[in-house]
Design a protein around this ligand. Sequence first.
Ligand SMILES: *Cc1c(COP(=O)(O)O)cnc(C)c1O
Length: 823
Amino acid sequence: MITKSALADLPSPSPRSADPAALAAEIIERLTYSIGKDAKVAKPHDWMTATILVIRDRVIDRWMASTRQTYESGGKRVYYLSLEFLIGRLTRDAVSNLEMLDEVSEALQALGVDFDAVAALEPDAALGNGGLGRLAACFMESMATVDVPAYGYGIRYVHGLFRQQMSDGWQVELPENWLAHGNPWEFQRHECAYEIGFGGTVDSVDDGTTGTQRCVWKPLERVIAAAYDTPVVGWRAKRVNTLRLWTAQPIDPILLDAFNAGDHIGALRDSNKAEALTRVLYPADQTPAGQELRLRQEYFFSSASLQDILRRHLQQYDDLSSLPDKVAIQLNDTHPAVSVAELMRLLIDVHGMEFDPAWDITRKTFSYTNHTLLPEALESWPVPLFERLLPRHMQLVYAINATVLRHARKVRGYGDEQARSVSLIDEGGERRVRMGNLAFVGSHSINGVSALHTDLMKQTVFSDLHGLYPERINNKTNGITPRRWLMQCNPGLFSLIREAIGDEFMDDAEALSALDAFAGDSEFRARFAAIKRENKAQLSNLVARRMGIKLDPSAMFDIQIKRIHEYKRQLLNIIETVALYDQIRSHPELDWVPRVKFFAGKAAPSYHNAKLIIKLANDVARVINNDPAVRGLLKVAFIPNYNVSLAEVMVPAADLSEQISTAGMEASGTGNMKFALNGALTIGTLDGANVEIRECVGEDNIFIFGLTADEVAARRAEGHEPRAIIEASSELSQALTAISSGVFSQDDRDRFTDLVAGLYDHDWFMVTADFDAYAKTQRQVDALWVDEEAWYSRTIINTARVGWFSSDRTIRQYAKEIWKAGP
Ligand SMILES: *Cc1c(COP(=O)(O)O)cnc(C)c1O
């Protein structure tokens, strides 16, 4: 141990140099002394690890300064709790944000190593399913960029989202093993560990001194949550924040007891059981996993994070009454909602607080982001399961509910029906704990993620809670980080923009608006088009390499990449593809615009129709790509294993961005923002953030079609009649007949019969209702495409006008309006 006085005299390490020669020397040193390899025999992964370790040193200098600054300034800390972080690769991001791309490339070059090749070896960290997890990752980077002292908290899954392979056009799920070669970005914090309990009983004990009763939870099972930290570098490395991910470990003493007693198998079983808790990410998107293990994961990471937050607070401040002034906790969807009950338990049972002040602190500390209105996606847990696993939390949920219901009836005059709707317990059928209602009542702010979604939230899921607490719901339209989604993924466009308008947009994405003036500049347009063409050539190379399909980069690249879900309507796109195929064959005399339709995305392994839609896309692709009558005018490619790294290649290569969800069902979307920023035109419905993208880019610069959210709701209320619609549209009925009769599935003619029958029968997602408008709009897209000048001036306008969708803007709004934190 070091004494306080000695501490003052400790030598401080000297900050690391950015000089290429110094970098190269250190990389060799790391290869030798950290990895134990001679440069002459080092494998590519060794070079990657050594390079990351050297970069990491540069990050650490900034990291320590940031932590010290937060402590000394006494500023409020923000905690972002999310069960998912869809991070992707970190190395290019870190080097670019440190502004050391040239230096690192040069250093490696001097050693005969290519930086791009090294960066490509890093596994793509997929600790999330889709948009929600990617948002958390963009937010982490933006919080560091706009100088908000923040910690992300989540789970260090050993296996992230599954790797998708295609077998005869069917999705096959393989385990993803992102930690196989170790993870040089993370630090294991052996000293940072907490006990997490499950099950057992709650005893009421006499306090002894005051004569009051206190509850003591005696869990039956306990595991340890141990921390791993990853630094998150902000732009220009102004600040480095921490992403702290928890892993589950067995409690050693118990294991030893069992082991010593000769129960070797039992000891190993307990150890396996503890570790199983954080082994896998549930691969469901927009559907609650519903299994006990999932509730255990939610409680595990919530409890560990809250214990850590309270420990850090008490290390610096005297008591917990100042918690809301120094701490803001954001709940990313309801996955961490049990935190509301856990903070109450810690304040009351562990720190001896009374219910009322604890409840006051809790509500002032938490805020909650809602991500979905789909009724089937709202999390709830059966009361018996919740009570068995978390008996003390069940009591607290009942106590909170009593407070809420009393307020609803006495203060707001709510009757039985409204009381039922705001209750934390769903009493219809099997009794369940509603996690959305728990998060809502336990927070001072509840935000939606686009203007439309926030309005619908007030009108639908939370209408009665909104009536009860009308000041709580607010909007924070999502954003994306322009570092990853422009600077890093599209270096060609990035340098063209820099040359044209200077560097201001690098620190303020809204300064991209200066590009507007270049939309009419033919030389600039030609250079913009050349970069797009180069990006398309790169994507074509990837498709040729991975799939053996040859593509023409001068064709229109029409891209729909996102999770496969019926509400996102990949099926609408595929049916239109089939209709277009039919037209091209029937009308060889017409001038068809050459197109490539790209799809990519994963389906939840248990989602039957989504997996069938993947198979349909592949079946349609095989037939169309091999039909000489198409004369190469139409190609279809379903690229396997969609992830962040694939998105980084596809987004810059898109001409047309497909954002065609059933209106009212996509909360925001962020894929839509990435494409518009990289100079693609959007074809989309008035859903989620598409509405606001239209406002920013202007209605002449986006292709909007289809029913509005209000019209969808009205149709559903009146009764939608898909059969009549199909029969009135020859194009649609021909395409559906082709699909259902087996034109694309000669080996199993009935494969898609039920899928198509669902469209005739109920068509919940309004595919038939929007088909004609969609097909007609696609022909307008073709008409604009042939006018190259008009096309590129519109794409330039898109890039110029979507700077507002930077996640820096979103985070500044959260910081100012919800967290009251940051500069
Ligand atoms: C941006 C992104 C998403 C979200 O896409 P949406 O089109 O908004 O659904 C999902 N997955 C990955 C890998 C992404 O990069």
